[in-house]
Write a protein that binds this ligand. Sequence first.
Ligand SMILES: [Ca+2]
Ligand SMILES: [Ca+2]
Length: 107
Amino acid sequence: MSRLENIITSMVELFLEYADDEGKKKQLNKEELKRFLEKEIQSEEFKQQISAEAVEEAMEMIDKNHDGEINFREFCRCVSVLAKCYFNQKTGKGGRRGKGRDEPEDN
Ligand SMILES: [Ca+2]
Ligand SMILES: [Ca+2]
């Protein structure tokens, strides 16, 4: 499989693995989101963006249609936020050294 295909299938499988755990299928509730963040977000850089300790905040940020669950579309958005954050770090935009919270990028 190509790298891109790997990413795509991983995202789908990752989402389904956590989303089908309890409650509604194909939707992440708060508990599932917490588990997902705890297990799958480990580096400090990413935790600064979305951390399991701040699951309420994360839920609010990711749950765009405010139905209390994260659907796949919202999940993709969350991953893209993290990817953008990593991209900015890697390309020096927003700066690694600056730490603290940078101005949020407009989407
Ligand atoms: Ca669920
Ligand atoms: Ca939602």
